[in-house]
Design a protein. Structure first.
Length: 346
C-alpha cells in the first residue's frame, strides 16, 4: 500500500517565521529555492504579499486588495537557493514586525507552455508536488491555458496583473466548473460561465471564459494551479455540523502544516492556519488572506491533528450546520510514511 508520494513535505512546502529589521536581510533555512513566496506581517496591519519567480523579484500582488501588480525595488529583492532576500519595505520587513512566509517549490522561471489556445509566457512546474505557476495574456474570449501538471488541478487561483480593481478568481473542484470564489473578498460562491467556461480542467489545460478578472483582452495574468498528492496535499470540502463539542472532522491523510478554509454558503472571510504560528491545540492563530489586519487569536476554531483537522466551534467561519466549506491543505508530514511509520498529533 502506498501511504504517500512525498515523505518529506518540507522539500516542497515550508512555513518560515522571521522578524523584520527595517533594512535588508536574507531569510534562509528552506530545503529548496522557493518559486512562490507569500508574506504577511503577524503583528501589523499590512497587505498579504505574493511574489513568484516567473513574474520576477520586486513584483508584488496582494490577496488583501484588488489592485494590479506593483513593482517596488525594496520589497522581495531575490529568490535564493534556500530562501529569499528582502529590502526595507515595511509589509515584508518592517523593523520589529513579526512576519510569516509560506513558501512553495516549483521549477525556476519555467518556459512557455503551448498546450492551450493561449500560450503561456512562463510555466514553472513541480509535477512531484502538484504545483505550477503560469503567466499569460488574456484574449477576452473563451480560451484554454496549459498548466503543465500532467494531471487535472483541483484548485486554481488567478490574478490580473495589469488592471486595477480586478478580483482574484478561485476555481475549486469541490464546487465545480460553473462556480467561482474571490480570494480578496468575503463573497459566497458565485455562478457564471464567464469564469471557467463551464469546463472542468484536464490533465493538460484549464479553461477560461471572458471574465476580465481571469481573461480580459490584452490583460496580463498569473495562475497558481494545484493538483492533489497523497500524503502531501488535499483540496476538498466538508459540511459543518454546528457542534463545538463533537465537531466536524476532516481526514487528510497527513498532519497539516497549512490549512486555508472558506465558507462558500455564506459570506465570510478566508481563514489561514499553519502549524508554526502558536500552532498548538487548542490555540491556533489565524490570518485572513482577504484582509490586511494583524494576526488574530482563535482558540478552539481549529485543531490540527495527526491525520487531518477538526473545527470545534459554531462560528460561521468554520462550522455552521449545513454550510459547505472548501479547503486547501499541505502536510507537515504524512500520517504514515512510505515505509509505514505513523505520525503523531502535537
Amino acid at each position: 500500500m502506498a501511504y504517500t508520494t512525498i515523505d518529506k513535505s518540507s522539500d516542497y512546502f515550508e512555513t518560515k517565521l522571521y522578524t523584520g529589521n527595517g533594512g535588508t536581510q536574507s531569510i534562509t533555512g528552506l530545503d529548496f529555492s522557493p518559486a512562490w513566496v507569500w508574506i504577511k506581517s503577524r503583528s501589523n496591519g499590512t497587505e498579504h504579499s505574493q511574489f513568484d519567480v516567473p513574474r520576477g523579484a520586486t513584483k508584488m500582488i496582494a490577496s488583501s486588495t484588488s489592485e494590479f501588480e506593483q513593482t517596488v525595488a525594496n520589497m522581495l529583492t531575490s529568490f535564493n537557493s534556500d530562501g529569499f532576500s528582502l529590502g526595507s519595505y515595511s509589509s515584508q520587513n518592517g523593523n520589529g514586525y513579526s512576519q510569516v512566509s509560506w513558501n512553495w517549490k516549483a521549477n525556476g522561471a519555467g518556459s512557455s507552455n503551448t498546450a492551450g489556445s493561449i500560450n503561456t509566457t512562463k510555466t514553472s512546474v513541480s509535477t512531484t508536488s502538484g504545483f505550477s505557476i503560469s503567466t499569460y495574456t488574456g484574449t477576452g474570449s473563451n480560451a484554454t491555458v496549459g498548466h503543465g501538471l500532467g494531471v487535472a488541478p483541483k484548485m486554481i487561483i488567478v490574478k490580473c496583473r495589469s488592471a486595477t480593481e480586478t478580483d482574484w478568481g478561485v476555481y475549486h473542484a469541490s464546487l465545480g466548473n460553473t462556480k467561482n470564489l474571490r480570494l480578496n473578498r468575503t463573497d459566497a460562491v458565485a455562478t457564471s460561465s464567464a469564469f471557467w467556461n463551464d469546463t472542468t480542467p484536464t490533465s493538460t489545460v484549464f479553461s477560461l471564459g471572458a471574465n476580465g478578472n481571469q481573461n480580459g483582452n490584452g490583460g496580463t495574468y498569473v495562475a497558481y494551479c494545484f493538483a492533489e498528492k497523497q500524503g502531501y496535499s488535499k483540496f476538498s470540502s466538508y459540511i459543518g455540523n454546528g457542534s463545538a463539542t463533537l465537531p466536524t472532522f476532516t481526514y487528510l491523510g497527513f498532519k497539516p502544516a497549512f490549512v486555508l478554509i472558506k465558507n462558500t454558503t455564506q459570506a465570510d472571510a478566508w481563514f489561514l492556519h499553519d502549524s508554526k504560528r502558536d500552532g498548538f491545540n487548542d490555540d491556533n492563530e489565524y490570518l485572513r488572506p482577504n484582509l490586511a489586519d494583524a494576526e488574530s487569536s482563535g482558540t478552539n476554531r481549529i485543531r490540527l491533528l495527526s491525520n487531518g483537522f477538526s473545527v470545534p466551534t459554531t462560528d460561521r467561519s468554520h462550522n455552521v450546520s449545513g454550510n459547505v466549506y472548501i479547503y486547501m491543505a499541505f502536510a507537515k508530514n504524512p500520517f504514515v510514511t512510505s515505509t509505514g511509520i505513523p505520525a503523531t498529533a502535537r
